[in-house]
Design a protein around this ligand. Structure first.
Ligand code: ADP
Length: 395
């Protein structure tokens, strides 16, 4: 028996989940928010109850110290020795990492080099890794990458039709993200279908604040909607998804914004927020649409129609599809988005039952039994994938 902690460090936050392994039972979970600001918030669940404390936590090092000492103070563990492994989510593994890896000093150096590709995310992940390393230097730590699962994409999928030397010289290519989630739901779908993943063609729709679609053939990602960065693909909560690249200089000229400022608009003020004009949260949009708000209805249509198109495109790409999977906040909970995405797909063998589509937040098939293509809701679990990789590589 051992305890493994899965960590997801962001620029001002640190999420954690402590697992008993190999049983995969969740002992506790929580998060630290507003790191580096005043009134930082530490939340941890103890016996199903949330405990919250507010204090100033200036850096990730202190956040880790507080988290670990709380585990002891609250009687969740008796000593740090009980923690036998740490798993860190790392956003970008570039072309170097096609799987999770035991973290060494050399790996940390490589992650620093990769920060050029993910300047918003990798530095925060590295700060989290270093903070744990300082406090628990002898506990093995593993990096689990968002990009790794998509490293199986063939060149025809990952290459942009740009001068080839841009790929060679600068690493400009599609990397894809949410890989840990797409991998988890594809493996789980195979279990639920009772068929080996090697025999399946799956389309996985990870629909949260960030959203991406993946074509998974024989257990391997062969294409995905996100690209060089997580800005590409379908419309998202605040991200535009794919747009005509010529719009960037055009918007710069019209608005007087710099390239960075336009990028900020594409990342933070577009997508569902941009189209609706009032919220990036799908629940707000759904209730406003029910009350007749036209822009909210439009945001729903824009969001769902892009996903619908990707499904057709990826079915063509794999010469068919065995199952379509919905996961993450919207995919797991929103029957209205699922209904719009699946609408009219009977031509390609997707027959789904509106009564089954009412499900929220749990595993369920939405298809009629005779449907050639199955439709499955699977709550994602990136944390358990991280804990499994720690178990595999470090214990
Ligand atoms: P993140 O990418 O931040 O992890 P999540 O996977 O938590 O995001 O998804 C957040 C999105 O899920 C939000 O748009 C939220 O409105 C939506 N969502 C969560 N619960 C529901 C629900 N019951 N019905 C509709 N949408 C929901």
């Amino acid at each position: 028996m051992s305890k493994v902690i899965a960590i997801n460090a962001g620029s001002s936050s640190l999420k954690f989940q402590l697992f008993e392994m190999p049983s995969e039972d969740v002992i506790t979970k929580g998060l630290v928010e507003r790191i580096g600001l005043t009134d930082s918030v530490f939340t941890i669940s103890v016996n199903g109850e949330k405990v919250t404390e507010i204090s100033d936590i200036p850096d990730h090092g202190l956040a880790v110290k507080i988290l670990l000492s709380k585990l002891i103070d609250l009687g969740i563990i008796e000593s740090f020795d009980e923690i036998t492994g740490i798993g860190h989510r790392v956003v970008h593994g570039g072309e170097k990492f096609n799987d999770s890896v035991l973290i060494t000093d050399e790996v940390i150096e490589q992650l620093v080099e990769l920060s050029e590709l993910a300047p918003l995310h990798n530095p925060a992940n590295i700060v989290g890794i270093k903070a744990f390393k300082e406090i628990l230097p002898n506990v093995p730590a593993v990096a689990v990458f968002d990009t790794a699962f998509h490293q199986s994409m063939p060149e025809k999928s990952f290459l942009y039709s740009l001068p080839y030397e841009y790929y060679e010289d600068y690493g400009i290519r599609k990397y894809g993200f949410h890989g840990t989630s797409h991998k988890y739901v594809s493996e789980r779908a195979a279990e639920l279908l009772g068929r080996p993943v090697e025999q399946l063609r799956l389309i996985s729709c990870h629909l949260g604040n960030g959203a991406s679609i993946a074509a998974i053939e024989g257990g391997k990602s062969i294409d995905t909607s996100m690209g060089f960065t997580p800005l590409a693909g379908v419309a998202m909560g605040t991200r535009s998804g794919n747009i005509d690249p010529a719009l960037i200089p055009f918007i710069m000229e019209k608005t007087g914004k710099s390239a960075d400022e336009v990028l900020e608009v594409l990342n933070k003020r577009s997508g569902i927020l941009g189209v609706s004009g009032f919220s990036s949260d799908l629940r707000d949009i759904e209730s406003a649409a029910t009350e007749g708000n036209e822009r909210a209805k439009l945001a729903l249509e824009v969001f769902a129609s892009r996903i619908h198109k990707y499904i057709g495109s990826y079915a063509a790409r794999m010469f068919g599809v065995d199952a379509i999977i919905f996961t993450a906040g919207i995919g797991e909970n929103s029957d209205t988005i699922r209904a719009r995405v699946l609408q009219g797909l009977e031509f390609m063998g997707v027959y789904w039952d509106p009564a089954l589509n009412k499900v929220r937040g749990k595993e369920a098939f939405l298809n009629y039994p005779h449907s050639p293509v199955k439709v499955i809701v699977i709550p994602t679990n990136e944390e358990v994938m991280i804990a499994r990789d720690v178990q595999k590589l470090a214990l």
